[in-house]
Design a protein around this ligand. Sequence first.
Ligand code: F6P
Length: 349
Amino acid sequence: MGKRVALLTGGGDCPGLNAVIRAVTRRSLDRGYEVVGVREGWRGLVDGKLQPLDDRAISGILPRGGTILGTTRTNPYKIDGGVERVLERFAGEGLDALVAIGGEDTLGVASRLFEEHSFPVVGVPKTIDNDLSATDYTFGFDTALTVATEAIDRLHTTAESHNRVMVVEVMGRHTGWIAVMSGMAGGADVILIPEHPITIEEACTDIQRRHERGKDFSIVVVSEGYELTYASGEKQQIAQAPAATDQFGHVRLGGVGDVLAREIEERTGYETRVTVLGHVQRGGTPTPRDRVLATRYGLKAADLVHEARWGTMAALHGDDVVEVLLKDAVAELKTVPPEFYEAAKTFFG
Ligand code: F6P
């Protein structure tokens, strides 16, 4: 019997979302299923914002960034009667399955709905932060990494011309995947990440050592979630005002680059500038690697729906796209391992 399959994209947008939508829709339509897009993440199921997805709707969207379905950080568990509305709407619309495309927050809701209500959901791992467990990579990460690396390459020439220290602030929330990998790829002289915080004093020593070796400019990559850490033991997390949290309890990070740049300039005497890459890392067309990964994830998710493998997620293990449990993907953040950071440190200073 034909299924009615719903699709939603939640949390921060990221390049490759449309490639997943296209793949799930195409394979499901080929099976004779009906496909329905849920607008604006979980909000679309709370408020009833649905749209049919057919061949026409998915035509030409593969290279497009963002999401044709829109997205929000709505958490039905934080809305009075939100979960009940999701369940009622889902049943009322005659839906049989949901493909939830998201990161730890969106998939956390999916996992809970499955555990508590046997909700027929499968997940697809999305986030530029690459911080989801149970998968080697999330789609969107490669594009963010490419943007950040290109920015670091470009900053090299202007840093060198002016004998400056250039601080580059990248996204990543509480993990330093974008920072450590773009920093390694771009040949950064210091990289600061939340998981393995070196002190400001150590960072300045590295920069000074480099200058003593005759290099009059330096590139410092800092992850937005790095807590300013001092030799005294003092620590400071920089967040944007207002410090209010979203429905998943996250503060809006950003601004650490500015403070760090001031500290470096004061302590070393070297002229320092800061570049905050921000949402540029999330915008625009996905890299070929992300398009392919997103497409393979979408096809796998459609197959998981077909086989009624509820409570699972498509994941990348090596070169294979496999099935894992949603609850394993959201149990804990995937952080940068110490040996990975140690490798990057070889090139500091
Ligand atoms: O999770 C993706 C991400 O881009 C993080 O790196 C960043 O901290 C956050 O989203 C920014 O969120 P918003 O789009 O709400 O500003």
